[in-house]
Design a protein around this ligand. Structure first.
Ligand code: GLN
Length: 381
């Protein structure tokens, strides 16, 4: 068979989670919590399954859940969105991103992504016949390099994919940077996908700068989020995309033939839980900041070097003082096999990784005892 994706293998998340399972290592690689979502949320699924909510949901998503999403957006970002024409529930943020790309990108179009970039973007663009133009974020803070971004824009640029808070670095875009981006693309027909799946995982008292709060950018944006991250249920693969009516209409043309709709009882449960617990979202930063700080405090006893992550549930760490002779893929395998802690190498998120990159990513969405055990092992490396 002539592959449509000749350069794509199995994702690093599958590879590392399998290796962690085979070796019995603590799995701080693939991003998911090792604790459960709220009990009331899980119980609600059972209730709705038993109440007969088991047939197709509406294609655009359950109205009760779209209403909750619109209410949350209004509370968090002060934007009033129309739940019928602007909010679409999808089976995961991944499907939302895929559908948005298929809706916009034509053969020959260019899509700007920032490296290191999440691994689903490029295959989605390639399947649409487009081409990714990779703009590396500037080290050490993974900030947008405005000159490089400007240089990457061409008459073929159709779309820019933003991700803030950023996986794997945790870097956040500021509202001043959103304004700068708006000025840069004002005179061109360039659209945005803003991947904000970690929108509620921001630390140190800073507010997340959402594209939803930026009037001009929102008018050309698909803003994507994931209930999996926000409610600790990544396996539910339920997310949403918010976009102006004309863009939402195009996205829905694709979504209706990719999956048609998300899973019904999960949508009911999320709607119930969001309506009963609007405080959940406001409490998340403190919840994960405590985990970040515990992990980082413990890691101070190791030879890893790091700056506390500003967002997401990922902590990057530089291991050059430990094994400068290993590249980060080798280091991740070595840590997993020899030291019992699975990590994600950062170079796999690059088209051309910086040569001396010596960074691995730890997921700290873990119970306190897991973090203590992992740190204990890492301090002995
Ligand atoms: N987003 C998760 C991570 O970065 C993984 C999701 C997946 O496995 N596809 O670890």
């Amino acid at each position: 068979i002539v592959s449509k994706l000749p350069n794509v293998g199995t994702t690093i998340f599958t590879t590392m989670s399998q290796l962690a399972a085979q070796t019995g290592a603590l799995n701080l690689s693939q991003g998911f919590p090792d604790f459960d979502g709220p009990q009331a949320l899980r119980e609600a699924v059972g209730r709705h399954v038993m109440a007969g909510h088991n047939q197709y949901a509406p294609m655009t998503g359950l109205p009760a859940l779209r209403e909750q999403v619109a209410a949350k957006i209004s509370r968090s970002y002060g934007r009033s969105v129309d739940m019928d024409s602007e909010v679409t529930i999808t089976p995961g943020a991944t499907e939302a991103i895929f559908c948005a790309v298929q809706a916009l990108v034509r053969p020959g179009d260019e899509v700007i992504v920032f490296d290191p970039c999440y691994d689903s973007y490029e295959p989605s663009v390639e399947l649409a016949g487009g081409r990714c133009v990779h703009v590396p974020l500037a080290l050490p803070d993974f900030a947008i390099d405005w000159q490089r971004l400007q240089d990457a824009i061409s008459p073929r640029t159709r779309l820019i994919i933003l991700n803030s808070p950023h996986n794997p670095s945790g870097a956040r875009i500021s509202s001043a940077e959103l304004a700068q981006l708006a000025a840069l693309i004002r005179e061109r027909e360039i659209y945005l996908i803003s991947d904000e799946v970690y929108e509620h995982l921001v630390f140190d008292g800073v507010q997340h700068a959402s594209v939803l709060a930026h009037e001009e950018l929102y008018q050309r944006a698909f803003v994507v989020s994931s209930f999996g991250k926000t409610y600790h249920v990544t396996g539910w693969k339920t997310g949403y995309v918010v976009a102006p009516p004309a863009l939402s209409a195009e996205l829905r043309k694709v979504h209706q033939f990719v999956t048609f709709c998300g899973i019904t009882p999960l949508q009911w449960a999320l709607a119930d839980y969001m309506s009963a617990h609007p405080e959940h979202v406001a409490e998340l930063p403190a919840f994960y900041q405590t985990k970040r700080d515990l992990f980082c405090d413990l890691l101070k006893g190791s030879r890893f070097q790091f700056k506390r992550t500003p967002g997401t549930y990922f902590q990057l760490a530089d291991y050059s003082a430990i094994r400068d002779d290993l590249n980060d893929v080798e280091m991740s395998l070595w840590l997993t096999r020899e030291h019992g802690v699975a990590t994600i190498p950062v170079s796999v998120f690059y088209q051309s990784p910086p040569k001396d990159l010596r960074l691995v990513r730890f997921c700290f969405a873990k119970r306190e005892d897991t973090l203590r055990q992992a740190a204990d092992k890492l301090c002995r490396v």
